[in-house]
Design a protein around this ligand. Structure first.
Ligand code: MG
Length: 368
């Protein structure tokens, strides 16, 4: 089946509370939605958030990349040769991973519908025993004053979340105080992941993480302690602390992942479709992780249910993805979509609908 039409639209959804990290503050999801229609009229959907501080992609750049480069390159291509389409897209424009992810996700959604299979079943064909029917996601706690973070953490636990991902990276000593106060408030059974979003220097990271360890804060992992380009710094931190280190902003591609694995730059990898440019490249990272026995997290940016669901399908299909940080839909005030995996607090239940499973998207699409 050939690709007939590629269309673009926008969705805007307010957040429950402003999302604050060491890098930015945001109060709504404003994402681009892609619809790709095949010759038989079946449509696949993809999504991309403009996350300029991490991927470098803005609303305008995503639109220009798809409209001016990717769409003209792949229109009319045969869906049966998905790798050829992905190769053509990759060559059409360098970088622009969020634009590529939106198109890649729409193509996989369409492919699943065309093959009449849920995407996670298709992606998990190589190892059906590793396929999961349900995922458990953490919930992000934004970086704020300690009391507010404690309040947000307690609310999350009341809502049923058993894993918190706490944003820090704004003052080393203060960060220890924040995490210890949260641990004291939520008790020992809640898992705490700490995300510094590149907010520390390597020495500050070692000092801060060791202080958390000495205080008995019981941290499951620390995500991206230092700047994304400071590979040596991340390796230094990984060697100096007991707490596992998870690479996020440092790993976009298969090559990044391989370097981190082979040189032990971090213990775990965070796969996000907006960094990899979609499912196609993410699958290559999973292959490397599986070969070396490295655990991965599936993460998301500030995304709504379309692209977060694509991440859920990948995570459900792959044994190496043992951690989920797919709280995008939980952070949104409303769910404007119909269908797809069921997001119920911390639980994400996969359904047997074809493709990603989302059937209705209230967006006005414009043809390219
Ligand atoms: Mg992160």
């Amino acid at each position: 089946m050939r690709i007939k039409d590629i269309e673009l639209g926008y969705i805007s959804i307010p957040l429950v509370t402003p999302f604050k990290t060491a890098l930015r503050t945001v109060d709504s999801v404003n994402d681009l939605i892609v619809r790709i229609t095949g010759e038989d009229g079946t449509a696949g959907y993809g999504e991309a958030p403009p996350t300029a501080v991490i991927t470098g992609d803005t609303k305008e750049s995503i639109e220009v990349a798809i409209r001016g480069y990717i769409a003209p390159a792949i229109k009319g291509m045969d869906l049966d040769d998905l790798p050829a389409i992905m190769g053509k897209m990759e060559k059409s424009i360098a970088k622009n991973t969020s634009a590529k992810a939106a198109v890649d996700i729409a193509l996989y959604d369409l492919y699943g519908k065309y093959k009449k299979q849920p995407l996670f079943r298709l992606l998990g064909e190589k190892d059906p025993a590793a396929v999961k029917a349900e995922l458990e996601t953490d919930l992000t706690i934004s970086v704020n004053e300690t009391e507010e973070m404690v309040r947000d953490s307690l609310r999350a636990v009341e809502e049923g979340f058993r894993i918190l991902k706490v944003k820090v990276g704004k003052g080393g000593t203060k960060d220890v105080e924040r995490i210890c106060a949260i641990r004291k408030a939520v008790g020992k059974d809640v898992r705490i992941r700490v995300d510094a979003n590149q907010g520390w220097t390597r020495e500050e990271a070692v000092r801060t993480i060791c202080s958390m360890e000495d205080a008995g804060a019981g941290i499951e992992l620390v995500e991206q302690p230092v700047s994304y380009h400071d590979f040596k710094g991340m390796k230094y931190v990984t060697e100096k602390v007991d707490t596992p280190i998870l690479a996020d902003e440092s790993v976009f591609s298969y090559e990044d992942a391989l370097r981190i694995i082979e040189e032990h730059g971090a213990d775990y990898l965070n796969i996000k479709l907006m960094k990899t440019g979609g499912i196609h490249e993410a699958l290559r990272i999973c292959d490397a992780a599986e070969e070396y026995g490295v655990k991965c997290m599936i993460g998301c940016m500030l995304e709504s249910k379309v692209s977060v669901s694509a991440g859920a399908h990948l995570a459900a299909a792959k044994g190496c993805i043992t951690m989920a940080d797919l709280d995008g839909p939980s952070l949104c005030k409303t769910d404007p979509y119909l269908g797809g995996p069921e997001f119920d607090g911390p639980r994400i239940r996969m359904t047997e609908s074809f493709g990603i499973g989302i059937t209705q998207i209230p967006v006005a699409f414009q043809k390219i």
